[in-house]
Design a protein. Structure first.
Ligand code: SAH
Length: 273
């Protein structure tokens, strides 16, 4: 007997919380999914809002990785489009590879659709840029050590020594250790830190601004214990700076592929912070 061709399992980034922040491609897959396995309350809304009436929709919160891969393999034998819906982007702290390996072993085709990470949504909520010319051009996405140990060279203190932007996931309950690591890496007690809770969630988003010295107490006062992004960056608050180095891309003296320079560089003065 000829085996039917298995369906594809699509790992879809649901975005940070606002159902409108899923990609058009992700939404299209939900609209034609025969089965959806979603991760937690955060993404249930997107799943249930756009899935067809006869779609099998299951929350993975009580499942082990083995349960999940077995479920995805079973559903792929039954329907053409199976969706694993995850918060933010599937490639960040999402157990993507642990789930892909058993599907590969079972011969089930896999595809990944990226999503808006909570790091980006948190910066957007706070109207912050994670990079600024001549301030920092580097963003580090990381976390404090929890049950998952940090590999050598990746302690927060070591990463913070770069003085670039840090987006710290999964660490709101370890705020004391976060600020201690920043201090140990030479960050000033006055250096700004912003914490965004439930970025993009309609009606639930909270933004707490403070400094390395004050942010722990402020987060405790605001009772933030989960779903929060910690951003420490020399770029924070730049919206209110009076002097700013301008991006070369939009500089009138800068010629690039799509535009000829209109002003010779020698006639320009650049503000520097
Ligand atoms: N793949 C996800 C991250 C999952 S790990 C992504 O790309 O965003 C879970 C952590 O992400 C949480 O502990 C928190 O630090 C962060 N997070 C997820 N959603 C968030 C949101 N809406 N606002 C702020 N932080 C969020």
């Amino acid at each position: 007997m000829v085996q039917p061709k298995p369906g594809t399992v699509w790992f879809v980034g649901a975005g940070p919380g606002d159902p409108d922040l899923i990609t058009v491609k992700g939404r299209g897959l939900i609209e034609r999914a025969g089965a959806i396995l979603f991760a937690g309350s955060l993404v249930s809304e997107a799943a249930t809002r756009w899935a067809p009436a006869d779609c099998v929709i299951v929350d993975s919160k009580d499942m082990t990785l083995e349960d999940m891969s077995a479920w995805l393999i079973t559903q792929a034998a039954r329907c053409e489009t199976v969706v694993r819906l995850q918060t933010g982007d599937p490639g960040l702290y999402g157990a993507l590879i642990e789930l892909v390996q058993p599907l590969d072993a079972a011969g089930v085709p896999v595809q990944v659709v990226p999503g808006v990470s909570s790091a980006m949504a948190s910066a957007a909520a706070a109207v912050e840029s994670l990079t600024l010319p001549e301030v920092t051009q580097t963003v580090i996405l990381t976390r404090m050590e929890g049950r998952t140990p940090m590999p050598d060279g990746e302690s927060l203190q070591e990463l913070a020594a770069h003085h670039s932007t840090l987006c710290i996931f999964l660490s709101i309950t370890l705020m004391g250790q976060v600020t201690a690591a920043l201090r140990a890496a030479g960050w000033s007690p006055d250096a700004p830190v912003v914490v965004v809770h439930k970025a993009s969630w309609p009606g639930e988003e909270k933004i707490v601004r403070g400094t390395v010295a004050t942010i722990q107490a402020l987060c405790r006062e605001a009772k933030l214990v989960s779903q929060s992004m910690i951003i420490a960056s020399p770029t924070l608050g730049a919206r209110h700076w009076t002097t700013l180095a301008k991006s070369k891309l939009y500089d009138a003296s800068f010629t690039h592929r799509f535009r000829q320079a209109s002003v010779p560089a020698s006639q320009l003065t650049l503000d520097t912070p």
